[in-house]
Structures are given as C-alpha cells and as structure tokens.
Unconditional design. Sequence first.
Length: 322
Amino acid sequence: MVNHARRRLLAAAGLAVAGCAGDPVVSNAPDAPHGASAAGALATPWRSVAGGFLAPAAPPFGLPARPGSGAFVKWVAPAAIALRASDLLVADLAGGRLWRADLGALSVSAVAGAPVGPGSALALGPDLSAWVLDVAARQVLRFARDGRLLQTFRAGTPTPGALALADGGATLLVADAGLAQWVELRSAGAVVPTALPARDGQRISGTDALAVSRTAVWVLDRAAARVHRVARDGRVLASLGEGTLRQPFALAVDRDERVFVADTQGPALHVLQVGAAPQTLDAAALGVQQIGGLAIDERVLAVSDRLLGQVQLFTLRPGGPA
C-alpha cells in the first residue's frame, strides 16, 4: 500500500519531469465571488505525454518501474485515463489496448487481458492496481501493477457505464446510466444496497460518470446537463452546471472539491465548485483538440486528446471551498 507521503513524493517527481508551472489559462471565465476559488485552477505550460518506451510490467506496491528499453509506443486515440502518483493508465481505442505509463521512467507496459473499447472506464487503487470496467461482459477486472489479474467483479447492474473507488479503495462503485443509480461492492464480494440519487423525492435522470471526493459522490447527469453532489445514501445535496454545461461526458474532482467537466460543445473543460462562479477553459487553449478523458491525483490534472494521441498534464492551484 502506498502511503500519502510516498504518493506526494512520486507525484512531485512526475511533475518535476513534466515541468508544469506558470500562469493560469482561462477562457470566458466570469469573476468568481469573494472567497470562491474555481477560477485560475490550472497552471501552464503543460507536458505532453504521447506514449513511452516499452518496459516489463512494473513491480507491485509502488516500487520504481524499470526504464523502457524497447521500441517507442505512440498512443493513437487515448480516451479513458486514470492517474495516481507517477502511474498513468491510458485506454487506447485505436489499438484496443490498455497501457500503464510510468511518468518518471518514461516507460509503458501493456496490461494484457484488459478489455478496452467505447465506454471503457478506469481507476487506480491505493496499491496502484488497475480497475477496468468491461461494459460488454458487465464486469470489473482488477489487475496488479505487475499485470496479474487479481479479481473479477460482476457489475451488479444491467448496463454499467462508470466506476469509482471509495473508502480508500475498499469499495467499488459501479453506475448504471440507464437506471440512474449505482451499486457498491466491497473487496470481499459483499454488495451494498443500490443507491438511487434523488432530491425531494425526484430521481435524477442519469449517472453517466462518477467521481468520489472526501465528502460526497459526484455524478454526471448528461440528459440534464448537470453535475450532482450526492451523499452515499443517494441524497442529492447540490446540483451544478445549469446554463454552463452543454454536452458533458466526463468528470474528475480535485481535493478542493472542484469539479472538472469535459464538454463536447466547444470543445471545452468546465470547472465547477459549490459557491463559486463556473470557469470555462477552451480545449484549444489547453493544447487539446478532442478531449477523450479526465483524471486527477493530488495536484495534477490529466487530459487525454483522442485526435493528437497524447495526454496533457497540468498542475492545479490550491483553492479551498468558498
């Protein structure tokens, strides 16, 4: 298990390689009210990661990966991604493969047997194990850092479309977008009763993506073009994005409860926060042509670009809730 101090050290090492620092990139961002901190979340310049040199699978438990000595692997259409410390998971739709990149060693290794396709969803656990949603088989697979298949979970819902980890990786949340609900599965195999997000008795219309923060589950509702802040028991605590989101499809949440939402309209990246004015970041200004996926760990935001075949890394400025 990688502790928080080691995670911060590894993340700092990755950033040192990335060279992420500079001024915020903001487009069409209204002034936030006093105390709000959604604006100015990103710092640039960014580092573009387009692949890496082939290397054997990394050892487990967060030990350093070996530098790549094989051919350079160039991603073609990276979509879903996950980030934790210096480990980056990338689902390349063009090749139908899942890659694990080490940002410090500049190496990549394929995760054999990991299903990748439209609708793929990823997560990295505290032990750096890779969690992969297999939509067609309605299951979630967990792979060790060295590539071994550790566990297989039945999704527990008819049309799974998103996943997230909670409780330090001990609980797996699997969302069903069509039924607008999620189920929780414990690592030991126990299933927690289904959560049905609702506010004042009114159910939300979709659970198309999930992200877990220290206080809530954040749910993307595409049909309503909203992001909902939801308690674990399903109570909708707040809704964000009205009038800002157009065609949202992915989200990630940072440690300061700022929600980053990818939108095909624009394309753009929106930053939402309870009590703060929304911020819109033009994708082109971020060096991205078509956003494929988002991931956040500590103070690092990763944005995949399906057209340019790369992942952009940004530092995140601190900003507590308003």
